[in-house]
Design a protein around this ligand. Structure first.
Ligand SMILES: [Zn+2]
Length: 166
């Protein structure tokens, strides 16, 4: 009986690893380009690096001038609702291009995930929180970021965060 349990555990470990392996190997060049903001995942087209003036044209006359207007964004070349911001370097994308629905899901995701480590209610560091989420989602750590998630992945992550927040 004990042997059987060990065998099952090993089999489960192996299948988990296989999943991770399959996930990694399917993260091909296109997937990488999507998560790096170089291809629009909705239109499958190229993107361009623009300033906030192109993303928020209705806000360019505000005084004082909003700081986000001088940030850079990757914008879809076919649909101006598809965009993503960049890190402080104004070149590295925060993840995949998002539409309005995905932007809301990412926002909601951070709202339920960040307090888990910021208040140290569940994790002692941001790293520990991402390690946990990566294992729950069976995603490599480098792809475990709300900015890279699809709608479905955001919803999955939100569900896990809500489960442990209860
Ligand atoms: Zn697009």
């Amino acid at each position: 009986m004990k042997f059987l349990l060990i065998l099952l555990t090993v089999a489960r470990l192996f299948s988990n690893n296989t999943n991770i392996f399959i996930n990694s190997s399917t993260m091909n060049e296109t997937y990488l380009k999507i998560t790096q903001g170089q291809i629009c995942p909705y239109c499958n087209c190229a993107t361009k690096l623009v300033t906030g003036d192109e993303i928020y044209p209705h806000r360019i006359h505000e005084e004082p001038r909003p700081k986000f207007l001088d940030k850079k964004y990757y914008l879809c070349t076919q649909n101006d609702d598809h965009y993503v911001g960049t890190y402080a370097d104004n070149i590295t994308s925060l993840g995949r291009l998002a539409d309005k629905t995905l932007r809301q899901l990412k926002h909601e995701g951070h709202n339920v995930f960040d307090p888990l480590w910021k208040t140290q209610s569940h994790f002692e560091s941001q790293k520990a929180a991402y390690d946990w989420l990566s294992a729950k989602m069976q995603l490599p750590l480098e792809f475990t970021h709300f900015g890279m998630f699809t709608d479905e992945q955001c919803m999955e992550a939100i569900r896990y965060c809500r489960e442990i927040s209860l």
